[in-house]
Ligand binder design. Structure first.
Ligand code: SF4
Length: 699
């Protein structure tokens, strides 16, 4: 029998952003079901979402502040954090301190952290694990659209005749959205194409699987642009009226062409031709992409190669068509909206523009504002290791395991004079903290998140924080007050923060900005509490529900001349080196999330894969003297990890795949981040987590 009333909230895992109904039970458990009224999932949940009730135990929870491993009270811990940050800034300048956050934070948490760092400390050294997830999409959007705008909606995947999934194992990584796509295929016969070096479960469900060579998707889409041009599929009116830069992009695409695409992808010619024909003949086409595109040293170019094809054909912003970025994390989008990356400003404003900086500074009433972009994740931890960043606050994430070159990150944390970690549980990162601050977890905190289709949903608490845990926004404000900024951080509720965020978005919108939720600027506490999921933009005076919004069908991009930009893209041919002849690809599996701090709590989710593994083609296994289920060591120029071999033809020759989730806490030497190269895309700063050089040997 239920003892608590049902609470409508949002799943804290992937970017689909499913609505969840949580009902505390008399026996202390919590019943979880999908929210039938939520427009992302209409009641569906995947294995992770439906197991949420099993992950609420307090086993490894941080319950009280700690200083140097001893228990402390909140006041002492907050005073110390504020004092050490203030002293470091006074001695070495604002750029000697940094924050590193998470796509798990709520928008309100992100907003105050970004405000404190950029507006009051006066540097932009605030980056997040979204850099590992979405940064190339952001950069590609900004280059093409002049703004970080996702043009379409989930409905487009259901209304398309052709859905192309690039570098996305959607069945496992965005499961409910994939279920919606399959249901649409049942109804209307959608053709699904998967472009992925691995034969994933998603590829097996597709009508056509293009098992391209790693990192060759940019060439595939450059070749497609050339093909579209050669067969006369340009939407001349759209291109003429709404875009610029086509000639240079076509020239680059012509350099690649069909032969270049063949050479790069290693596909059979007839298969490549079949795909080009399918894409060109399908007016309603959505090209959805995820980490296989983003997590690359040429990720931004890959994003733009895809967008180029949609601009060229005018297939954007109309029902059933457009490029579509599938966000990894639950609130990477909300973080972007408040400027929670080192190269962004709040409300999608441009940190490089003095007028935008002044607008935000005067709105915040802050004494200063960052005058240039800060350090992106890989550079940030490098700067910590080199001693340039002397005080670091990590919020809700575990970079000691999840960053590339993770051993070097651990070294950097060990060497850093002052590390603060606010989190829910103990991790490999908290081991390096001078101060640990206990944060409220998913079930205990309230705020908003934004999913992949720009839909803002409420996350609502239904349990009291245990011990002395506090919401992240409250912790940030408590430190800000002790740094002398009490007036600007005197929030009494997340609703108050959200209203300020909404008001800024309206003020920032002079008619040439995409992000605007000023319709929420006057929400009362009760209206915020009852807020139903809605898609932005929602300008002042507009209704909040029942409207589907798309961008760019009629042009009106957010570049200075309001034209969409074609971008000439660089073609990269896959390469390996002699000592490290394999390409190491990392990614998610179905039932785990990040470094398993939550999903490992339930046997149900652990039973899918009980231990980490390395998918390897039988020929490569034989060459390396490795039998099925043998323990193997994966060695790269960066480091090594030990996992179990999973010999399978799902993996193409020359490449191996290892899940990103396991850490040394779960299995000795099991952390694959040690072996991942820290090379990053020069435009987006996103590391190429899917392309490290490696070799494999028996353990
Ligand atoms: Fe949660 Fe994503 Fe699964 Fe939905 S699809 S229940 S958001 S993990």
């Amino acid at each position: 029998m239920a003892t608590g009333s049902p609470t409508r909230t949002t799943c804290p895992y992937c970017g689909v952003g499913c609505g969840v109904v949580a009902t505390p039970q008399q026996d202390g458990t919590v019943a979880i079901r999908g929210d039938e009224q939520h427009p992302a999932n209409f009641g569906r949940l995947c294995s992770k979402g439906s197991a949420l009730g099993e992950t609420l135990g307090l086993d490894d929870r941080l319950l009280r502040p700690e200083i140097g491993g001893r228990r402390a009270d909140w006041n002492e811990a907050l005073e110390l954090v504020a004092r050490r940050f203030s002293e470091t800034i006074a001695a070495h300048g604002p750029e000697s301190v940094a924050f590193y956050g998470s796509g798990q934070l709520l928008t309100e948490d992100y907003y105050v952290a970004n405000k404190l760092m950029k507006g009051f400390i006066g540097a932009a050294n605030i980056d997040t694990n979204s850099r590992l997830c979405m940064a190339s999409s952001v950069a590609g959007h900004v280059r093409a659209f002049g703004s970080d705008t996702v043009p379409g909606t989930y409905e487009d995947l259901e209304e398309a005749d052709l859905v192309v999934l690039v570098g996305s194992n959607m069945t496992w990584c965005h499961p409910v959205l994939f279920q919606r796509l399959l249901a649409a295929r049942e109804r209307r016969g959608t053709t699904i194409v998967v472009i992925d070096p691995r034969r994933t479960v998603t590829a097996e469900a597709a009508d056509l699987h293009l098992a391209i060579a790693p990192n060759s998707d940019g060439a595939l889409f450059a070749g497609l642009l050339d093909h579209l041009d050669r067969i006369g599929l340009r939407d001349g009116d759209y291109v003429e009226r709404h875009t610029s830069g086509l000639d240079a992009a076509l020239l680059a695409a012509r350099d690649c062409g069909f032969p270049g695409a063949l050479q790069a992808t290693h596909l059979p010619p007839e298969q490549l031709r079949e795909f080009y024909t399918l894409w060109s003949r399908s007016e309603r086409v959505v090209t959805a992409y995820s980490q296989g595109v983003n997590q690359s040293v040429v990720g931004t170019d890959k994003v733009n190669a895809i967008i180029n094809c949609h601009l060229f054909t005018g297939r954007i912003g109309r029902p059933g068509m457009g490029p579509f970025s599938l966000t990894g994390q639950p609130n990477a989008m909300g973080g972007r909206e408040v400027g929670g990356l080192a190269n962004m400003l709040a409300a999608h404003l441009d940190i490089n523009r003095p007028d935008h900086r002044e607008l935000v500074r005067s709105f915040w009433g802050s004494p200063r504002i960052a005058t240039r972009p800060g350090l992106k994740a890989v550079d940030l931890f490098r700067a910590v290791g080199e001693g340039h960043v002397k005080a670091l606050w990590i919020m809700g994430t575990n970079p000691a395991d999840s960053m590339p070159d993770a051993d070097a990150v651990q070294e950097a944390l060990r060497a850093c004079p002052f590390v603060v970690v606010s989190d829910v549980v103990r991790t490999d990162t908290t081991r390096h903290a001078h101060v640990v601050l206990p944060a409220a977890a998913w079930a205990e905190k309230s705020g908003t998140v934004t999913n992949s289709e720009r839909r803002i949903s409420r996350q609502r608490s239904f349990l009291k924080p245990p011990g002395e845990a506090r919401p992240d926004w409250r912790i940030v404000c408590d430190v800000a007050a002790r740094m002398g900024f009490s007036e600007a951080f005197d929030y009494q509720s997340p609703a108050e923060i959200f209203r300020e965020h909404a008001a800024l978005s309206g003020l920032a919108n002079d008619g040439t900005r995409d992000f605007d939720i000023s319709a929420c600027a006057e929400l009362s506490e009760s209206a915020y509490d009852a807020l139903a999921p809605f898609q932005w933009p929602r300008r002042a005076g507009e209704a909040l529900d029942g409207i589907t919004t798309r961008f760019f069908a009629e042009g009106r991009f957010y570049t200075p001349d309001r034209r969409g930009r074609f971008v000439p893209t660089q073609i990269v041919l896959p390469e390996v080196s002699g000592d490290f002849p394999l390409i190491l690809n990392t990614g998610r599996i179905r039932d785990q999330w990040h470094t398993m701090t939550r999903t490992a709590k339930t046997p149900r989710l652990m039973s899918h894969y009980a231990e980490s593994f390395c998918e390897i083609h039988p020929d490569d296994a034989e060459d390396a003297g490795i039998g099925p289920a043998a323990l193997v060591r994966i060695v790269s120029p960066q480091g090594a990890a030990v996992v179990r071999a999973l010999v399978t033809e799902r993996q193409q020759k020359g490449s191996i795949f290892v899940p990103m989730h396991w850490t040394d806490q779960h299995a000795a030497q099991g952390r694959i981040g040690s072996a991942v190269l820290p090379a990053a895309d020069p435009v987006s700063g996103q590391p190429g987590l899917k392309f490290s050089h490696a070799r494999i040997e028996p353990y």
